[in-house]
Design a protein around this ligand. Structure first.
Ligand code: SF4
Ligand code: SF4
Length: 153
């Protein structure tokens, strides 16, 4: 089980590479480029960033939870295979760590293995799931750290 510190550590884990994945070039907002969420970046050529050496600061800073080593190394957990991009942030006010799970394609967040991953992460921090169709759900564990059934709102 990863710790809160591990959730928020931004560096890529040793031995992990984005390789052919570019999910974070589509799903998140890139403020510097005025790129909206869920829109393929105009600088993406095939699987590669065409302005890699000059890419914006937010692109340089972003590493998803798979790349940070929070999720198991298995390739099926990488966002281009799982269909779910995971990130964590500290919500203010309140200083509460939250995990954000964003679907790249419909149904991905409900696949049994992914659901299991999200529910186990909910033991560490509240998980907000953003579905492809615009729905949103929250997965929490009422007693963090304990093996209790997650509550889904
Ligand atoms: S979603 Fe993760 S693995 Fe995929 S390109 Fe972005 S940081 Fe790399
Ligand atoms: S600028 Fe490059 S790294 Fe940033 S979102 Fe676009 S393609 Fe991806």
């Amino acid at each position: 089980m990863p710790s809160l510190d591990h959730l928020l550590a931004t560096e890529a884990a040793a031995g992990r590479e984005c390789a052919g994945c570019n999910v974070c070039c589509e799903l998140p907002v890139v403020i510097e480029l005025a790129k909206p969420a869920r829109t393929r970046c105009s600088h993406l050529g095939g699987c590669l960033c065409q302005i890699y050496t000059e890419r914006p600061k937010s692109c340089r800073a972003f590493n998803c939870l798979w790349l940070r080593g929070v999720l198991d190394l298995a390739l099926e957990n990488r966002p281009d295979h799982s269909g779910v991009l995971l990130d964590a942030y500290v919500r203010q006010p309140g200083n509460e760590t939250r995990i954000v799970a964003t679907e790249a394609w419909s149904g991905a967040a409900d696949l049994p293995q992914t659901r299991q991953t999200l529910e186990s992460l909910a033991a560490i921090a509240t998980v907000i799931v953003y579905y492809r169709d615009g729905r949103q759900s929250t997965i929490t564990s009422q007693e963090r750290g304990d093996a209790v059934a997650p509550r889904v709102e």
